[in-house]
Design a protein around this ligand. Structure first.
Ligand SMILES: *Cc1c(COP(=O)(O)O)cnc(C)c1O
Length: 398
């Protein structure tokens, strides 16, 4: 599989996206969740850095029913690529985006009366079919969502407006990836109470959805009408406390090639600030990846890469476009030798979760930080089926 990524001309530093892994993870979720529960593939932030269009298509083909993004632009990008599936915009949006959101037939999350009224006004003036909205209720995260005390009133308002349709009612969990599940169960109870109140007011709450990856992985009690799965779709565990299901695997690996070998003499200092100093004759290698590619500067002097069957430690500071790795023992390295910067756990390269731990962050952040200038090479059954780079997405036929 990793051999094929070199069949594509271009920059040495490149990400390989195994679409079979994405499809397999979707199929695994479909088998594991309740049969009547919809599967929303969350492809915000460019599909967690994997490339929104290819991930969305692959997830839909494999059995996802819905898509979610964070912004209107992200939804429009999917529409422009020809995707017709339902798309929900999860984040708060600006009033100035209403028209383009409606033109793209995007469903919107709402959480306050003013937005509902303003959206209904725009919808009535431009749109024929009622616009689907999902009411988000804040059940404990204190981020985006209607206070529970206002949920019934907002739901009733939506139901009274002919240009809107209450397509769903939802909440989001703050701590579903922690060992202690009690806060999540508390949030679920608050949500259930709010939904019961909406029903008692004679309003149909639409499809109910509460679960992110962590909640979906841990229990069927969170399934409801749909689950919203992000990180686990990509084969990345939500945290060290919540594991993936057997058979799920990461889709993304990051690769590069040795650009040149560098011989360090005792006392030589490496990279900006000279934060690494050789104390004997050492071999080092220049790798053309840096923090502007998403290889975090906090990995300086901490991370390692796999060069052939060996591991090489990051020496000194990660630069914007380049990083130096090295060995304390005599090693033969050759220019152009392939390097695995982010592995899938099957070889000596660190996984994204391991790198995240070294950088003091989470895999979500490192995945979404992979820059657009890193070409994405999409593989299906070991063959390159598409490449996405700064010039756009090119399908190479399958
Ligand atoms: C991002 C997001 C998700 C997906 O979360 P994961 O932990 O990646 O599964 C679900 N729901 C909402 C509202 C989100 O913003």
């Amino acid at each position: 599989m990793t051999d094929d990524i070199w069949s594509v001309a271009g920059r040495s530093t490149r990400a390989a996206i195994d679409l079979d892994a994405i499809a397999g993870n979707v199929v695994r979720f479909r088998k594991g969740i309740s049969p009547t529960t919809g599967l929303m593939a969350v492809v915000k932030a460019n599909g967690y850095g994997h490339g929104a269009v290819m991930i969305a298509r692959t997830a839909l083909d494999a059995g996802a029913t819905d898509l979610a993004v964070a912004t209107v632009d992200e939804g429009l990008q999917l529409r422009n690529s020809g995707i017709r599936a339902p798309i929900l915009v999860l984040g708060p949006i600006d009033d100035s985006e209403f028209r383009s959101a409606l033109a793209g037939e995007l469903a919107l999350v709402v959480a306050d009366r003013d937005t509902v009224r303003a959206l209904a006004f725009t919808a009535a003036s431009v749109s024929t079919a009622p616009v689907s909205v999902h009411l988000k209720i804040d059940t404990g995260m204190r981020r985006y969502g209607a206070p529970t005390a206002e949920a019934v009133e907002i739901a009733s308002l939506i139901a009274s407006l002919p240009s809107l349709r209450l397509a769903g009612t939802m909440t989001h969990f703050a701590s579903a990836d922690e060992i202690d599940e009690s806060a999540t169960l508390d949030q679920l109870a608050v949500f259930d109470g709010a939904v019961a109140a909406i029903r008692s007011a004679g309003v149909n709450p639409g499809r109910l959805h509460v679960a992110n990856s962590a909640a979906t992985l841990r229990s069927r009690r969170y399934d409801r009408d749909m689950v919203r799965v992000g990180i686990a779709l990509y084969g990345l565990p939500p945290s060290s406390d919540v594991a993936l299901w057997p058979g799920m695997r990461p889709a993304l690996t990051v690769h590069s090639r040795v650009r040149r070998t560098i011989l360090l003499r005792p006392g030589d200092r490496v990279s900006y600030g000279g934060t690494y100093q050789a104390n004997r004759d050492e071999t080092a290698a220049l790798i053309p990846i840096g923090y502007a590619d998403g290889y975090h500067r906090l990995l300086s002097n901490r991370a390692w890469m796999a060069v052939g069957h060996e591991t090489a430690q990051v020496r000194g500071r990660v630069c914007m476009d380049q990083t130096i790795v090295g060995w304390s023992s005599a090693t033969t390295v050759e220019a152009r030798q392939p390097v695995v910067v982010v592995g899938d756990g099957s070889n000596a390269a660190p996984t994204l979760s391991q790198l995240a731990e070294m950088a003091g962050t989470i895999s979500y952040e490192l995945a979404t930080a992979i820059a657009p200038r890193v070409p994405r090479i999409y593989l299906r059954q070991g063959r390159v089926v598409a490449v996405e780079d700064l010039a756009g997405l090119h399908e190479t036929g399958s």
